[in-house]
Ligand binder design. Structure first.
Ligand SMILES: Cc1ncc(COP(=O)(O)O)c(C=O)c1O
Length: 472
């Protein structure tokens, strides 16, 4: 953080703590120069930054005054750009996930693909092979950064997609969630500002809450993805440390950014020296001939920590993910040693065996085809049954559909009503803090769309009709 940003942060914190009240006159630039020992220019920049964030106001001939209490948004910043000092979403997410994982519930709200699509028999053969051939010593050889052969197999998959990544910068983690959490922790300190999209994967919001970070949420639309102008404005106005984004098959909206947009974002982040935590868990689930490039492919400055896992494409329950962390690999290993130590050795070895001796690509081709078929069917069924003003967005790849709803509908209440009918949803409130800017819910389309699913959609249509009548 530059000196003027440090001073601005210090004064912002003082305002937050009530050292300065709304309407108070701050020390003049000259007085502040004397107190802080910083130059006139540094103090001027700090005051300008605070002014651009709406925390203080300049009065001609008089000085700088603390602004009235901040609302969710800041003058000079688009109304839709939410900044949040305290993120508090964990207990809500926990309750929704608990309710939707009860046996018998139709899992439209689930984030996992239908587990019956995974090659369990082949994975079991690899597990059995490892169990027969593993020495006691190899059980302890897999502390961070993780099993060598698995890191090599992952590096080879990167190479297959045209990316040169050394096995030495890959750290194996317990799912992508650990990779993402450790990555964010590695590049921030408590109190730092982090940029996310809104709506975004709730894991990002939970990590921000857990690590006591502050959040700026940039609106993303179901069609075009993140608002680049708003991102630029945020980077110009806040001392942002990290940005957590998905470029491919974004959860929950489903869009994939074009390469050109990814390049622009990387250039912008590099210019502001902001680390990018890239969440690419759905990257293998593309439709079409080629895998969409990750942000990491356009990063020449080493700012991207690329996080992914096998949870969505091969097997969810093994809980194996990784981060290609570049220069942060060592720090991430240290953090891992302090928390989970490492993932399970036999499971890592079984995955390495699967990737080197069985055909992951054959499995992926089938998986992609089935997911595309099921998503198309789900889209047809939803279109047929849901009220007309529910707009269903689908993109190539992944297995989520986004249903946009008119503003007046309370998706939390809709979700509660759906759970009573044994149907889970993933409402927008799971993916946002503060104002969402858009309304709706995500549907997991990876399941076979048979009688049970069709009936669930009909029930949902009835609940939506009731909600629409109540809202009008
Ligand atoms: C966007 C996104 N990132 C990360 C994760 C976590 O992945 P894993 O199960 O590998 O920890 C999920 C799981 O739902 C997800 O949807």
């Amino acid at each position: 953080m530059k000196k003027y940003q440090q001073l601005a942060e210090r004064i912002a914190h003082q305002i937050e703590l009530g050292v300065w009240h709304p309407g108070d006159r701050l020390p003049s630039i000259r007085e502040q120069t004397g107190h802080s020992g910083m130059s006139f220019m540094t103090v001027t920049h700090a005051y300008q930054l605070l002014e651009s964030r709406g925390l203080i106001t300049a009065r001609p001939q008089s000085g700088y005054y603390v602004s009235p209490p901040a609302s969710a948004t800041t003058p000079g910043v688009p109304a839709s750009l939410v900044h949040q000092e305290n993120v508090d979403i964990n207990s809500y997410i926990f309750d929704v996930l608990q309710a939707s994982s009860r046996p018998g519930v139709v899992p439209f709200g689930s984030a996992f693909p239908d587990p019956r699509l995974f090659p369990l028999a082949q994975l079991n053969r690899s597990l059995a092979h490892v169990a027969r051939n593993t020495s006691a010593v190899s059980m302890t050889e897999n502390l961070p950064p993780g099993h060598r052969a698995l890191r090599q197999a992952i590096a080879r998959r990167y190479a297959q997609h045209g990316l040169t990544i050394s096995p030495d910068e890959i750290v194996i983690t317990t799912g992508a969630l650990e990779a993402l959490n450790l990555s964010l922790q590695a590049v921030t300190e408590p109190g730092d500002w982090v940029v996310v999209e809104t709506p975004c994967f709730y894991g990002a919001l939970q990590a921000i809450e857990r690590l006591k970070l502050k959040m700026i949420a940039i609106p993303s639309s179901p069609h075009h993805g993140i608002d680049l102008a708003a991102l630029e404005q945020a980077l110009n106005n806040w001392p942002v440390k990290a940005c957590w984004l998905m470029g491919n098959h974004q959860n929950p909206l489903g869009f994939t950014l074009p390469d050109e947009r990814k390049q622009q974002i990387i250039a912008l982040l590099a210019q502001h020296q902001v680390s990018l935590i890239e969440d690419d868990v759905y990257g293998e689930l593309y439709q079409g001939n080629t895998r969409p490039a990750p942000f990491r492919a356009f990063d020449t400055g080493g700012i991207t920590l690329h996080c992914a896992s096998f949870s969505k494409s091969l097997v969810a329950g093994f809980r194996v993910g990784w981060v290609a962390a570049g220069r942060h690999a060592r720090r991430i290993q240290q953090l891992q040693l302090m928390s989970t130590l490492s993932g399970s050795a036999p499971v890592q070895m079984a995955l390495a065996d699967y990737l080197t001796t069985r055909s992951y690509d054959t499995h992926l081709r089938r998986l992609r085809r089935v997911l595309a078929e099921r998503k198309h069917k789900a889209w047809q069924i939803l279109r047929q049954h849901l009220p007309e003003n529910c707009v269903i967005t689908r993109h190539d790849g992944g297995y989520f559909l986004w249903v946009s709803l008119p503003d007046g509908i309370d998706t939390r209440a809709l979700n509660t009503a759906a759970i009573r009918e044994q149907i889970s949803l993933a409402p927008v409130s799971m993916f946002t803090v503060g104002q969402a800017g858009l309304n709706g819910f995500r549907v997991n389309a990876s399941f076979p769309w048979q009688e049970r699913e069709i009936q669930a959609v009909q029930t949902l249509a009835r609940l939506l009709q009731q909600a629409l009548s109540a809202a009008s």
